[in-house]
Design a binder for this molecule. Structure first.
Ligand code: G6P
Length: 476
C-alpha cells in the first residue's frame, strides 16, 4: 500500500489545522487554527512534505473534503502551505466516535469524571458506539497507510485515535509509529472500569506504536501500570515524556498588538476602581469549559474569600473566561449553565453599585485572554485533573508586572511549575480561598521573581522543539 512518493513525516489528529464554514453565497471560507501542533509541524519546514491527516468535523468541513479530491488535497492557501488530508467520515459514525466515545468515555476515564454510583453504564448502546470508534480509527489508519512513504515516521495524537497505532502496524509494518497523549492517563483501578476487552483493545492499540509520548512522568507511569496489570507490560514499546511548553516568541509578539491593548482598556473599565480610588486587584482564569477545569469550585473558592476575608470586597475582581467547548453534549451545556448561575449568585450576593465581583465572559476571544494575562495579579488554574494546562504556562510569559499563580497539584504543569506557584488541592474550596488570599497579598518583588522563574520553566520546551524531539526519538 506504500505510495512511491509518499510523505516521510505524517501527523494524525482528530482536529486539523483548518476548518471551514459555508458563506451565504455557498462558497467556502477556511479558518486556520493555532496551537502546539501547528507550530511544531511548521518547525520541520515545508520541504519535508509532511502530511497532516485529520477528520472533517462539521458539514462545512465535509463539503470541503468532497470538493477537493475527497479531502486529499485541500487548497494550500487555506492551510498555510501545510498538506492536509481531511477525512470525510460518515457524520453518524463520527459523532458516535467523537462525542459518544472520545469525549464521553475516554475523556471521562482519563480525567476521572464519572459520578460512579450511577455511571458509567457499558450497555449495548456503548458497544454500538464503540464499533463506530473502531471504524473511525480504521479510516485514519487507512489514510495514513496510503500517504506514508516507505519507513516514514507517523505521529498520532490523543485519545481519539488510540487504536490507530495497532491498525497501522498491521497495514504498514515498515513505518515508525509514535503516539502522543495530551491528556492524563487514568490510574489502573479507574482505567479498568472499562469492559475488560475494551481496556485491552485500547492498550494493545496504543502498544502498536514504537514509542508513546506523555506530558509528564506521572501519566507515563500510569500507562505503564495499566499495561503491567492488564496486558503483561509494555512489550517492545518505548515511552517518553515531553512537557509541551509555551511559545514565548509568539505570545510576546501577539500580546503587544493593538487589539490586545484595546482589550486591556476595556477590561480596566469593567474592573473599575475601589470607592477610595485605589486600584482593584484581578484574579484571572481562562479555560475552555471542560468538565475537568473545575470552574465552579473556583467560583465557590472566590465566594469563600469574599465571605471570610471581607477586606477584599470592592478591592478585587475575578475575571473568569469560560469559553464554550463540546456543546453537542448535554453535560457540557449543563456545566456551562452552572458556571453562569454561580457567577450571577456571587454578583447578586456581594456586588454593589460600583463593583461587579465576577466578570464572566463566555465568547472566545484570544486577544482578550492575552489582555487578561497581561494585567492579572493572580491567575487561578485549579483543574481537578489536566494533562498539562498551557494557561498556567502562558500567563507568566505574558504578564506585564508579575502574576501570582494559584495552581492545582493535579495539573500536569504542577510537575514543572509547582515550586513557584501557590499550590492547591482542587477539591478543597476553603484551601483554595486561602491560596487566593495568599496570592493576592504576595509582595511585588516576590511576585516578579517567581514570575521570572515560572516563565523560564514554562518555556523550557517550546512547541517546535517538543515536536522535533519526538521525531528524533522515534527515528532513533
Ligand atoms: C483538550 C485536550 C486535548 C484534546 C483537545 C480536544 O485541549 O487537552 O488533549 O485533543 O481537548 O478538543 P476538541 O475541542 O477537539 O474536542
Amino acid at each position: 500500500m506504500a505510495s512511491t512518493h509518499g510523505a516521510e513525516v505524517l501527523l494524525a489528529s482528530n482536529r486539523g489545522p483548518v476548518s471551514y464554514e459555508v458563506r451565504e453565497d455557498g462558497s467556502l471560507n477556511a479558518r486556520r487554527g493555532g496551537g502546539g501542533l501547528v507550530s511544531g509541524l511548521s518547525a520541520i519546514g515545508p520541504e519535508a512534505g509532511a502530511v497532516w491527516v485529520c477528520a472533517a468535523l462539521s458539514d462545512a468541513d465535509r463539503e470541503a473534503a468532497r470538493r477537493f479530491e475527497g479531502g486529499r488535497r485541500l487548497p494550500s492557501e487555506a492551510t498555510g502551505g501545510q498538506r492536509v488530508r481531511m477525512l470525510d467520515i460518515d457524520p453518524d459514525v463520527f459523532s458516535d466516535a467523537y462525542n459518544g466515545i472520545a469525549n464521553s468515555v475516554l475523556w471521562f476515564v482519563h480525567h476521572m469524571l464519572y459520578q460512579t454510583p450511577l455511571e458509567p453504564v457499558f450497555d449495548a448502546e456503548f458497544r454500538r458506539r464503540w464499533a463506530s470508534y473502531e471504524a473511525y480509527n480504521r479510516a485514519f489508519a487507512q489514510a495514513l497507510a496510503e500517504e506514508a512513504a516507505e519507513g516514514a515516521a507517523v505521529i498520532v495524537q490523543d485519545y481519539h485515535l488510540t487504536l490507530v497505532p495497532g491498525m497501522l502496524r498491521d497495514f504498514r509494518p515498515d513505518v515508525r509509529i509514535g503516539h502522543f497523549s495530551h491528556t492524563p492517563w487514568a490510574p489502573v483501578d479507574y482505567f479498568r472500569m472499562l469492559p475488560d476487552d475494551i481496556a485491552e483493545q485500547v492498550l494493545r492499540g496504543m502498544l502498536g506504536a514504537d514509542r508513546l509520548g506523555f506530558l509528564t512522568r506521572r501519566w507515563a507511569d500510569a500507562f505503564a501500570d495499566c499495561c503491567d496489570a492488564l496486558v503483561g507490560g509494555l512489550g517492545g514499546t518505548r515511552t517518553g515524556v515531553h512537557g509541551l511548553g509555551a511559545d514565548a516568541e509568539f505570545l510576546r509578539e501577539r500580546s503587544h498588538r493593538a487589539d490586545v491593548f484595546e482589550r486591556m482598556a476595556a477590561l480596566r473599565e469593567e474592573i473599575g476602581a475601589a470607592p477610595d480610588g485605589g486600584a482593584r486587584k484581578t484574579i484571572v482564569r481562562v479555560d475552555r469549559t471542560e468538565l475537568s477545569k473545575n470552574i465552579v469550585r473556583g467560583l465557590l473558592a472566590y465566594r469563600q474569600l469574599l465571605e471570610e476575608r471581607p477586606q477584599w470586597r470592592e478591592r478585587v475582581v475575578h475575571l473568569a473566561f469560560a469559553y464554550p467547548s463540546r456543546q453537542d453534549l448535554a453535560v457540557y451545556r449543563e456545566y456551562t449553565a452552572e458556571v453562569r448561575r454561580v457567577a450571577e449568585e456571587i454578583n447578586e450576593r456581594y456586588g454593589t453599585a460600583g463593583w461587579r465581583p465576577v466578570v464572566l465572559h463566555v465568547r472566545d476571544d484570544f486577544a482578550r485572554s492575552l489582555a487578561a494575562y497581561r494585567i492579572a495579579d493572580v491567575a487561578l488554574v485549579n483543574p481537578i485533573r489536566d494533562g498539562m494546562n498551557l494557561v498556567a504556562k502562558e500567563v507568566p510569559v505574558v504578564s506585564d508586572s508579575g502574576c501570582a499563580l494559584v495552581l492545582s497539584r493535579e495539573a500536569g504543569a504542577y510537575a514543572e511549575l509547582g515550586d513557584d506557584a501557590v499550590v492547591v488541592n482542587p477539591y478543597d474550596v476553603v484551601g483554595t480561598a486561602e491560596a487566593l488570599h495568599e496570592a493576592l497579598g504576595m509582595g511585588g518583588a516576590e511576585r516578579v521573581e517567581r514570575t521570572k522563574r515560572l516563565a523560564a520553566a514554562a518555556t523550557a520546551l517550546p512547541p517546535a522543539q517538543w515536536f522535533l524531539e519526538q521525531l528524533e526519538e522515534l527515528r532513533a
